[in-house]
Write a protein that binds this ligand. Structure first.
Ligand code: PLP
Length: 374
């Protein structure tokens, strides 16, 4: 199998599985218990938090473990707003966990404004600045698009927003950027940043929310006061250990320049075969969205699957929904969107595999177009 749907999820590193196993088999104690085994389990959580914080350029106290990035994003929208009378601005390129959380606010009467995208896939910065004002209480712009891999210049955007709306809190969904974009978190200037472990070689069901020191946010869940009173519920010690192990391994194994070179090679191959690369903004290097003319992505995806190649077709979480809101916001026609596939790489992607897969995808598309499949 050649797995090229790493933006949906990644294969779990053996080191992460081992870390989770040890936490379950030997260190299964409640981290909030006061006897020595509980204290040791708590210490392991703090070691894991520090490993992750050091890797991304944050302070340990700024990272709160959550169950997933969807939770982190929802938390920001449900509890991050100090002044419910203010307006909220998001980009049209947001993942559904931000988009739907903003829609829920809108349904409650909050003034939610949506900044358009440029055809390159980035948020239209001038339009975004035109939407923020002194009453803006929250702005959310995705760091790396899960659809196209295009990077929004978050540091600049955050600065631009704060210059116009000094009281606004700035959130970025960093799920596809976390450790894949070199900038340290503390240099971005953001107030909130969401991440998810399963995009980095750790299991599903663990994520985090970065909350900049000094930023006040109401707890997501009340109860026993875990996670510094911000997110009650007994911590998921096995997955927290796995998350830290995966972060360490990803830091060791990943070579962003190498991944970007593979992506560039694939893009060139597809362009030579008459395909269009979607989103020509600066790219993280891990995601390639290709518009294959004259085919339906779903059929292509199924056919190459039969040959052992797993690719995506838009965000997996949006799989059940029709169309693609983000690609439409970039100006793609429904017909073009129908033919868009998403190829996403990880540090374990071998160049030869990716090239072989691209070859098969192109041949299969040619056959589909000529009606020569079967
Ligand atoms: N945000 C982005 C950009 C994503 O790509 C995803 C997952 O695909 C999420 C949020 C949701 O992450 P999780 O699966 O941890 O809820």
């Amino acid at each position: 199998m050649i797995y090229l749907d790493n933006a949906a999820t990644t294969k779990v590193f053996e080191t992460a599985i081992d870390a989770a196993n040890t936490a379950m088999r030997e260190e299964y104690f409640n981290p909030n218990a006061t006897y020595k085994y509980g204290v040791a389990a708590k210490k392991n959580i703090e070691l894991a938090r520090k490993t992750i914080a050091d890797a991304v350029g944050a302070k340990s106290e700024e990272l709160v473990f959550t169950s997933c990035a969807t939770e982190s994003n929802n938390w920001v929208f449900a509890r991050g707003i100090k002044n419910a009378k203010g307006n909220v601005v998001i980009s049209a390129g947001e993942h559904s966990s931000v988009y739907e959380a903003a829609t829920a606010l809108k349904n409650r009467g909050v003034d939610v404004r949506i900044a358009p995208l440029t055809p390159s896939g980035t948020v239209d910065e001038n339009a975004l600045y035109g939407l923020v004002d002194a009453d803006t209480c929250l702005v959310s712009v995705i760091h790396v698009s899960n659809e196209t891999g295009v990077i929004n210049p978050i540091k600049r955007i955050c600065k631009g927003v704060k210059a116009r709306a000094p009281r606004a809190l700035f959130h970025s969904d960093g799920v596809q950027a976390f450790l894949k974009c070199a900038e340290p978190l503390d240099g971005l200037g953001v107030d909130f940043y969401s991440a998810s472990a399963h995009k980095l070689g750790a299991p599903k069901g663990i994520g985090l929310l970065y909350i900049k020191q000094g930023v006040n946010v109401a707890p997501f869940m009340c109860g026993g006061g875990q996670e510094n009173g911000l997110r009650s519920g007994t911590q998921n010690t096995p997955y927290i250990a796995a998350y830290a192990a995966a972060v360490s391994q990803f830091k060791r194994d990943s070579d962003s320049a190498e991944i970007a070179a593979i992506r560039a090679e694939l893009a060139e191959m597809f362009v030579k075969r008459g395909c269009k690369i979607v989103g020509d903004g600066e790219n993280s290097g891990y995601i390639l969205c290709v518009c294959v003319p004259g085919v339906k992505a779903e059929i292509l995806q199924n056919l190459v699957h039969e040959r052992g190649i797993i690719i995506g077709k838009g965000a997996a979480c949006a799989g059940a929904k029709r169309g693609n809101r983000v690609l439409a916001a970039m100006g793609l026609s429904p017909k073009e969107i129908e033919g868009c596939i998403r190829i996403s790489l990880f540090c374990d992607t071998a160049r030869a595999d990716a090239i072989a897969a691209a070859q098969i995808i192109s041949e299969t598309a040619d056959k589909l177009r000529s009606g020569n499949v079967g």
